[in-house]
Structure formats: C-alpha cells, structure tokens
Design a protein around this ligand. Structure first.
Ligand code: ATP
Ligand code: MG
Length: 423
C-alpha cells in the first residue's frame, strides 16, 4: 500500500532542526519580555467572516489563499492565515482593548494556499506583536526598535534593511487611489495581467508589481506621500525622528503598501537580499480602523509579524547560530561494564538533582562498542561508569580527552566545573 505523505507545503520540523527554532523563539521571547509584552494564544480556526471583514475581500489572502471549510454544523470556518484578526477578535471579546494600552504577542502556525517554494509554504509560522490604544508614533517606533534589537541579538542586523512608508488616512488613500487609477488607465494595455485585474479591485496593489513594464509605467505615477494630510505627515516625521535618535537606519519606500486592507499611516518591512525572492522577514504597520471595522469601539493599533521559516533560513545562511545551540544535551552517561549498568539511571538522576540545568542523556541500549557509540552521539562530555570494590567510579571525558576518574560523590563538582568550560 502507498504510504501517506505530508500535505504539500506543510513541513515537518525535524529533531535536528528544532534547536534552531527554539533558539530563535527564546531570543524573541527575551526581547519581548524586556519590553513588557504579554503572550496571547488564540485558536487556529476562526469564523471565515472574521478574515473577510478584516483582511479585505479583494486581497490575495481572501481571494485565493484561505483554507476554508464547513464544519459538521454547516458553519464556514477558516484556518487562520495571519494572527492580527484573531488577536483583535479575542481582545474585543474579553474587553481588553477599549480605552486601554495593551502590548501583546503570539506565535504559531498560519495557513495560506500558496505555491510552495523556498521561504513560502502552506503552513508556516509567525511570531507577531500587536499593540492597542496608543495613537502616537512612539509605539510605532517601539515595535520597530524591538525588532531591530532582536536582529542585533541574533547577529543579523547587517543583513536586513528597514523599508518604511506612510499610507496616511483612509481619505488620503481614497483620493490617491482615484488619481493612481486615472494615471494607470492611460497605460492599461501595457500593464501585466495581475495589475490590470488589481486596477479594478485593489489599485494600490499595482504598486507591488514586480513586472518590468508595469514598473516602468509606475516610475512617473503619482506618489502617495504627496497626498498625506498634516496629521499623517507629522506622525511620520515623529516616527523617523525617533528612529534617527535610536540610530536605526531606514529607507523610505513610497511604493510600500502591504497586502492587507487594514493598514493606515505607518507601514514597514524588514527585507533581506540573502534569501532570493522571499526576502521579507518581518512586516507590519498601523491599523487604527481595524477594531471598529470588526464591531468594536475605535481603538488604534500597531503590530507586525515575522516569518519564522525565513528567519531560520537567514540564520542558517549567515551561520550565526552559536554551536552550543545546535546540541540538545551536554553529558552522555553510559556503563563501561555490565555490573555498572544498573547505576546509569541512578547516576543520571543524582546529577540532575545536583546540577540544575545540566542536560543529560543516558545510554539505554547494549554495551557493545560503548566508547565509540557514546562519541557518535556528538556529546561534549561523556561519563563512563564502572563498579569497583568501593562502589561506583566515573570516568569523565571531554570528547576524546580524559579529564579524571572519581567516585560517585566527586562527580557533581567535577561535572559542574567541566560543564562551565564547554558552555
Ligand atoms: P509575501 O509578500 O512574501 O507574500 P505577505 O505580505 O503575504 O508576504 P504578511 O502577511 O505580511 O506576508 O506576513 C508577515 C511575514 O510572514 C512575511 O513577511 C513573511 O516573513 C512571512 N510569511 C508570509 N507568508 C508566508 C508563507 N506562505 N510562507 C512562509 N512565510 C510567510
Ligand atoms: Mg503573501
């Protein structure tokens, strides 16, 4: 019988890969907690309407990327394609948003029916940040600063650039859309097919087009920055001042519009040229109208989401993961002789009691070629037990180098000391 396989574009993350994921997740958590953000966990499935109403009917996600199905009750449900909508829904439902200042983060799988390729999958993972109730540009700056700090801690700051734009208010965008459509209509036949379609449904997205001929036409198109009202302009200049003060470099990209309908004022992306076409590792912006659009009282919001697969790829490409993060344990314990075999488990427990944090793997199989087997595990420290007249004796090795042979009682201090050296 043919074997069942995983669904295309949905990946297993294998044991040799998870240490990098855990390292990345740990770094993100540390940065987020240093800014006082709290974790929120939402369901993976929501009512389809939630995404239609928030993301927008004429976006790539809603038009062609959602995993939507009917449950046994005939209700239309969708696997979440992103986290913001669910976070707003949860915040509203539990009264966490109106008239409050909130900083949340979440992590987990997202689902989009896309063409799978490097850095683009059907199940992928995001860590996202959402803030509510703060309308000044300080919070826009904060979410950017915390992402910059994360890149610095991960050693990838030099490999990413910050692209920044302001979309202004809804009214600003409406006026701009009219003029953009009028301009593009003159060149309708020279636009690529996607852009011709978007011209009708979601004209701002034409700015995203990678098509050479469309790009050429766009060069003389009206620029959104010229349409911003005073408030949006001041907001943006406060943001760039704060980024300047923090020493964060950015490029203003007047074509940056983002795929989702709900953004206003600030939009940004962190982009790398190290991953080919899938170069955006983190993207976000301000969404002041979203809470209201979903039935709540007007509450400003700013957030972003980063793509974990792309960040893992970047860390691997740049080889910035510390060696110590790639192994899942520190010490391997095995018996050197049959008599000592029954002491291995006990010794493991003893050392775990004595040295909190030490990661121990015990040998639970046969004793043949025990020396080379222990080394094949990639262990930095190997402890081999023997039973003598006076009880259990352990020989500690640091890879191929003999450290010392001591009785059981001497092991905690010896192992602890050697562990500090390899850490
Ligand atoms: P793209 O333009 O690459 O399709 P997007 O604008 O659709 O990205 P967002 O909705 O802003 O992406 O999601 C935030 C981040 O999540 C992206 O910058 C990217 O790092 C990651 N991401 C989005 N879609 C995928 C996917 N299908 N596979 C892997 N990562 C993804
Ligand atoms: Mg996309």
């Amino acid at each position: 019988m043919a074997k069942v396989k995983a669904i295309r574009g949905m990946n297993d993350i294998l044991p040799h890969e998870t240490p990098v994921w855990q390292y990345l997740e740990r770094q993100v958590r540390a940065v987020l907690s240093s800014y006082g953000y709290s974790e929120i966990r939402m369901p993976i499935v929501e009512q389809t309407d939630l995404f239609k109403r928030s993301i927008g009917e004429v976006t790539d996600i809603v038009e062609k990327e959602m995993y939507t199905f009917e449950d046994r009750n005939g209700e239309s449900l969708t696997l979440r394609p992103e986290g913001t909508a669910g976070c707003v829904r949860a915040g509203e439902e539990h009264g966490l948003l109106f008239n409050q200042a909130q900083r949340f983060w979440y992590q987990g799988p997202m689902f989009r029916y896309e063409k799978p390729q490097k850095g683009r999958y059907r199940q992928f993972h995001q860590i996202g940040v959402e803030t509510f109730g703060m309308s000044a540009a300080d919070i826009d700056a904060e979410v950017i600063m915390l992402s910059a700090r994360l890149w610095k801690n991960l050693g990838i700051l030099d490999a990413v650039t910050l692209q920044l734009n302001s979309l202004g208010s809804n009214e600003n965008r409406l006026k701009y859309k009219e003029d953009l459509v009028e301009y593009l209509m003159q060149f309708h036949d020279r636009l690529d097919d996607d852009s011709q379609r978007r011209l009708k449904s979601n004209p701002l997205r034409v700015l995203d087009s990678k098509n050479e001929s469309t790009q050429q036409i766009l060069r003389d198109a009206p620029v959104l920055a010229d349409y911003l009202d005073d408030e949006s302009r001041e907001h943006f200049s406060r943001l760039t001042d704060l980024l300047d003060q923090a020493g964060i470099h950015y490029e203003i990209n007047s074509r940056l519009v983002r795929g989702l309908d709900y953004y206003c004022k600030t939009v940004f992306e962190w982009v790398t040229d190290k991953l080919g076409a899938q170069g955006t590792v983190c993207a976000g912006g301000r969404y002041d109208g979203l809470v209201q659009q979903l039935g709540g009282k007007a509450t400003p919001g700013v957030g972003f989401a980063m793509g974990i697969e792309r960040l893992v790829l970047l860390l691997e490409t740049l080889n910035t993961i510390p060696e110590s993060e790639k192994v899942s344990f520190d010490l391997y314990i095995a018996a050197e002789s049959k008599e000592a075999q029954s002491d291995v488990m006990q010794c493991g427990e003893f050392l775990r009691d004595q040295i909190p944090g030490l990661r121990i793997k015990t040998h639970c199989a046969g004793l043949k070629n025990i020396n080379s087997k222990a080394r094949q595990t990639g262990a930095k420290l190997i402890l081999l037990l023997q039973k003598g007249e006076a009880g259990v004796v352990g020989t500690l090795w640091s890879e191929a180098e003999l450290i010392a042979q001591v009785p059981l009682s001497g092991l905690p201090s010896l192992v602890a000391q050697q562990w500090q050296l390899i850490k």
